[in-house]
Every structure is written in structure tokens, then in C-alpha cells.
Design a protein around this ligand. Structure first.
Ligand code: GLN
Length: 381
């Protein structure tokens, strides 16, 4: 008998639903994964670096050219000056950045504040560290933060608050007022922030992403996580990065170096080149994804699903209460098995999801043809 360190954890819902999509040959609008390629220029750069011989271990913290490009980008997008050497670490995707950050900071007995629904990777890593997650339910229907409740949940043992903006799965964003509230609440504490901002470049309707990078007080005590997989349609490359003040970065790297050591070298050089040559890329991304959101919403308008307005991310929540009263995991399984559409139920993001909520998460990072096929099947329900 193996004594599990994660006895209550199964396989992630993303893996479960993507496997089911293959098994039932369903249209996969579940897992957040684009069905289109990264920009050709970026792919060409990878090939060049492969043949130029950039195939050995990269520096543990990331190749210098990439860290410098990241520092330039953080300045351009958020007017924050960071050191490529001391503050930036290239990681194996956002997931490793999150896991290494939590492991670097959380001691046995510590408490970590999570906002529920929370991305599924946070809580298991807190558990591995011997910490306890305190989950604060986001207020419906806007998935906004009950700041008083968060404040009341803090204790002497609170080590970390994890925020996620734009938020997966709801697609909502924190405002400047939210960040100011947070700053007020933690000012007199030693709490660190972990800021999952991997959907930073998918904010719609002319709104700007309000980043912890731009908040002078919070950025001094936070680790901000970003993802090239999201920004460059390259989730399979598993490259992200985090930015944190020098002392936090030093602790984070102590973990990172023994989790992955370093990240794929030619991919890092290629991204560095692309970032330098195409700084406009992330400025054009909102328009690209907003068009997909609007197209998908239009297609779904004739269905009995109700689209919950999504301000950001490439996810769309839909309410299916006009179709069924099933629990979301049952509904998602029935949809993939019987109707050929893979979706993501949102209860796996919650400890105790509201039993009455009837929401599924759909991903619109898909070709128009795939969105059309999914919408046709969903409209037939
Ligand atoms: N972040 C992706 C999502 O929310 C999934 C990533 C993964 O499967 N690990 O769909």
C-alpha cells in the first residue's frame, strides 16, 4: 500500500476531458488549448536555433536574452523596471512557476488564501507543503472578491494570498480598486502575494489589464506569473516566467533549480528573438480573441445555453439550467459521450461548489470551424 501524499487528488479535469474528447471523437472546447499554431516567424526562429547549436542546458534562471526581453516587455506594458538578472526566472510553464513559488514560501502549518473557484493546481501544492488552504468564495454572479471576508480569514499563520487575474474559469478581472483594497489589507502583515496573470493579454472591450506589476506597493511583495504558452499559442512548449523582487526570486530559484533545473534552450532563444522583433504581438491579441468570443457567442445565441459575459481569458462560461438540472460533472460527461462536445465543469475548481450552479466552461481558442461544430452540437440540446 502506498501512503499517498495527495490522497484526495485524482487526475486533473483537463486531462480527463481531453482524453474523453479523443475517446469519443468529440469537438474539444474543454481544456484551454488553441487548435492553431504559433506565429510562423516564431517557429522559424526555433528551427534556426536548433541548427545553430543552441541545444544544451540553458542557465538555470533562463537565457539572458529572454530575461532581458521580458524585462523590456514588463517596462513597455506595465511601466515597471525589473532586473533581468535578479527578478526574472523562466519556468516550465505557469504551472511550474506556481508550484515552485508555493513550495518556496509555504511551511507546514501555514495558511494560504485561495479565491474559489480557484485554478486546480494551487491547492494540491499547498497540501504537499503541509499548508492549509483557506478558500474564500467569489461572489456571484460577477465572481468578485468579498474583501471583508478575505480580511476576516487572515491570521498570524497566513503566508500567501493567491490571486488570479484575468480569472480562470470566470473570465473576470480585478480592478485598480481591488488591488488598492488588497494593499490596504496586507500592508501591516508579512503576507506574500502569488499573482497568476497568465491571461494578461486577453482582456477585451477596450479594457486594460490591471496588473500587480503596475501596483507599486503590491509588486514589492508579489510573484507575478506569466505564460508564453497562452500568449504565443504554444501551450505544448511549457514555457512561462515569473517576476519577483530579488529576495523572493532567490528563494523561488532554490526550488526551481531542483524541480526542472532549466527550460528548453532553443525555445527560449526563439521567444527572445520574437519578443524583440514583434513587440506588437500582444497588443493585437485582444482583438483576435475578442473576435472569437463574439463569434462563439453569436453562434450560441440560438441555443438554450446562456453565455455569462466574459471580460477576459479564452474561456466562456455557459449556464445550462434551461437544458438540464444535472450536476456539472455529470452534464460534461454526458455531453462528451452522447453529444460529441468536450467541456470543462467548474466544480473541480471549488472545494464545495454551489450545488445549484449549472455552469460549464468552454474554450474559444479554436478555429472558427471547430467553434461552429461545437455550437451546432450544443444548439441541438
Ligand atoms: N490552464 C489550462 C486550462 O485551464 C489547462 C492546463 C492544463 O491542462 N494543465 O484549461
Amino acid at each position: 500500500m502506498i501512503k499517498s501524499r495527495l490522497p484526495d487528488v485524482g487526475t486533473t479535469i483537463f486531462t480527463v476531458m481531453s482524453q474523453a474528447a479523443i475517446e469519443y471523437q468529440a469537438v474539444n472546447v474543454g481544456q484551454g488549448v488553441p487548435d492553431f499554431n504559433p506565429p510562423t516567424r516564431l517557429l522559424e526562429r526555433v528551427t534556426e536555433h536548433l541548427y545553430q547549436g543552441n541545444n544544451q542546458y540553458a542557465p538555470m534562471a533562463g537565457v539572458v536574452a529572454l530575461r532581458e526581453a521580458i524585462a523590456v516587455k514588463v517596462m513597455r506594458c506595465y511601466q515597471r523596471r525589473v532586473s533581468a538578472y535578479d527578478d526574472v526566472t523562466v519556468t516550465c510553464g505557469g504551472t511550474e512557476a506556481i508550484a515552485s513559488s508555493i513550495q518556496a514560501l509555504v511551511h507546514p502549518g501555514d495558511e494560504v488564501i485561495l479565491l474559489d473557484p480557484a485554478y486546480d493546481s494551487y491547492q494540491p501544492v499547498v497540501s504537499l507543503c503541509g499548508g492549509t488552504a483557506r478558500r474564500i468564495p467569489l461572489l456571484r454572479p460577477e465572481f468578485s472578491i468579498d474583501w471583508q471576508r478575505l480580511k476576516d480569514a487572515l491570521s498570524d499563520r497566513t503566508r500567501l494570498i493567491v490571486i488570479n487575474t484575468p480569472h480562470n474559469p470566470s473570465g473576470t478581472c480585478l480592478t485598480q480598486a481591488d488591488l488598492d483594497q488588497l494593499a490596504d489589507i496586507i500592508r501591516e502583515t508579512k503576507i506574500t502575494l502569488l499573482c497568476d496573470e497568465v491571461y494578461e493579454h486577453m482582456v477585451f472591450d477596450g479594457a486594460a489589464h490591471v496588473s500587480v506589476h503596475s501596483h507599486a506597493e503590491l509588486s514589492e511583495r508579489g510573484i507575478v506569473v506569466s505564460s508564453f504558452g497562452k500568449t504565443y499559442h504554444a501551450t505544448g512548449w511549457k514555457i512561462g516566467y515569473c517576476v519577483a523582487p530579488k529576495a523572493l526570486t532567490a528563494e523561488l530559484r532554490k526550488v526551481h533549480q531542483f524541480v526542472t533545473f532549466a527550460i528548453a534552450t532553443p525555445l527560449q532563444y526563439a521567444i527572445a528573438d520574437f519578443m524583440t522583433e514583434h513587440p506588437e504581438w500582444e497588443m493585437e491579441l485582444p482583438r483576435f480573441y475578442q473576435a472569437k468570443r463574439d463569434y462563439f457567442n453569436t453562434l450560441l445565441a440560438s441555443s438554450r445555453l446562456t453565455c455569462v459575459p466574459t471580460a477576459a481569458t479564452y474561456f466562456q462560461l455557459v449556464d445550462y439550467s434551461q437544458i438540464s438540472d444535472e450536476f456539472d460533472t455529470d452534464m460534461a460527461l454526458r455531453l462528451v459521450r452522447n453529444h460529441g462536445v468536450a467541456t470543462i465543469p467548474i466544480s473541480p475548481f471549488s472545494e464545495q461548489s454551489p450545488r445549484k450552479e449549472r455552469l460549464l466552461r468552454l474554450c474559444f481558442a479554436k478555429s472558427d470551424a471547430a467553434l461552429m461544430r461545437a455550437a451546432e452540437r450544443l444548439s441541438a440540446l
